[in-house]
Design a protein around this ligand. Structure first.
Ligand code: PMP
Ligand code: GLU
Length: 396
């Protein structure tokens, strides 16, 4: 069989692959601490699950419109634009099977052969693949390490060409946890507007934020007249602990939303209907919902304190990006490179084999000097996992 040029460069998701391997080894009886998966370890809040179950019982088991249930689109628009100057308009929202599909819809509708797309590096592993699937060229661009890799307009200008059509960033970032300020986002949006570049801002971790205020600054906090073409993606997976329900959403212009909806109508049609019913409950639960999210955020905050303390104590020479959001720690592993361990992949394989700890090598995010561990695990697993890893990283 020969395969299409469409998938000539396609690689399976490395983040998914490591966590699948870790689950398999655990199922085989190995003592594995899985710090690879970017998925909350909490159960979906009971009220949300109940709404999904009742939805099924009430017969909400048929197709919905391609861009989602009208009331869910409206609720997602209200959620994303709360406190901003952007209009809370359902027609600007497309509900998808996870933010992953939202991002793919955006890339496929916006980019094509001959286009270049700047991707803030280190990047979430799926962005370059999505751009490549659209047959456009991903162009990773990293800010300076001293600024936690956050980009400035100068970095962008240095990497842009006449073919640059898009810029993809995540803030809070997966894998670093770094967060742009509103001013920094504004400067990039201004640059993008002047260049005629569409800014895709992945804000899936927006509520998992350790700074001041309820959520990290986002592109919709900007002045709508100053910002150019925008796509903002968000969803239920992280802050609502709903990864397996597969509900994400995008907010953009009505015109692009209609095109993304048309694409989705041929690819998957709609996010699973009971999941949409559950997501609607998640977005409209008011006080009770806020309490659930605060409880999870408090745990993420505590674990971020725990992991940074453990690194400072056990691996004082190992530098890491201090996370301001999301639930990862991104740290350097090149201190132990030697004749046998030449890359983060080699180091992570050694850590899995010798210490039984699964983490993701930085190659998945575009930098082979680093590795990423998830802090969306129990405090005990984090503590044990770092202690075990430290033995390998200290070289003994
Ligand atoms: N963006 C980032 C940065 C992520 O880490 C994830 C998690 N897989 C997603 C998007 C997609 O999330 P989902 O498809 O579960 O909504
Ligand atoms: N976003 C998570 C991660 O980065 C989940 C896996 C994935 O979809 O990439 O680990």
């Amino acid at each position: 069989m020969t395969y299409s040029e469409n998938i000539a460069r396609l690689q399976p998701s490395a983040t998914v692959a490591v966590s699948t391997l870790a689950k398999k080894l655990s199922a085989e009886g190995r003592d594995i601490i899985n710090l690879s998966a970017g998925e909350p370890d909490f159960r979906t809040p009971e009220g949300i699950s109940q709404a999904g179950i009742e939805g099924i019982r009430e017969g909400r088991t048929r197709y919905t419109p391609a861009p989602g249930l009208p009331e869910l689109r409206a609720a997602a628009a209200a959620y994303m634009t709360a406190g901003t100057a952007f209009p809370s308009e359902a027609a600007r929202v497309v509900v998808s099977a996870g933010a992953k599909q939202s991002l793919f819809n955006a890339c496929f509708c916006l980019f094509g052969p001959g286009d270049e797309v700047l991707i803030g590096a280190p990047y979430w592993t799926s962005y370059p693949e999505m751009v490549t699937l659209a047959r456009a060229e991903p162009v990773p661009v990293a800010g300076s390490e001293g600024r936690d890799f956050l980009l400035t307009p100068d970095d962008l200008e240095g990497a842009a060409t006449a073919r640059t059509k898009g810029l993809i960033i995540s803030s809070p970032s997966n894998p670093t946890g770094a967060v742009y300020t509103k001013a920094e986002l504004g400067a990039m949006a201004e640059w993008a507007k002047a260049r005629g570049v569409t800014l895709i801002s992945d804000e899936i971790y927006q509520e998992i934020y350790y700074g001041e205020g309820d959520r990290a600054p986002g592109a919709l906090d900007l002045d709508p007249d100053a910002a150019g073409d925008l796509v903002v993606t968000n969803g239920m997976s992280k802050a609502f602990a709903m990864t397996g329900w597969r509900v994400g959403f995008s907010y953009t212009s009505r015109e692009l939303a209609a095109r993304m909806s048309a694409l989705q109508s041929h690819v998957s049609l709609n996010a699973a209907t009971p999941s949409q019913v559950a997501a609607l409950e998640g977005l409209t639960r008011g006080e009770e919902g806020a309490r659930d999210r605060d409880r999870m955020l408090a745990a993420f905050r505590r674990r971020r304190g725990l992991v940074t303390r453990l690194f400072d104590e056990l691996l004082p020479g190992c530098s890491y990006v201090r996370p301001e959001g999301a639930f990862y720690l991104y740290f350097r592993v090149d201190g132990v490179f030697n004749g046998e361990m030449k890359s983060a992949s080699d180091v992570c394989t050694r850590i899995l084999e010798e210490a039984g700890v699964a983490i993701v090598p930085g190659e998945a995010f575009g930098d082979a000097r680093y590795a990423r561990m998830s802090t969306a695990s129990s405090d005990e697993d984090i503590e044990q996992g770092v202690r075990r890893m430290a033995r390998v990283l200290r070289g003994g």
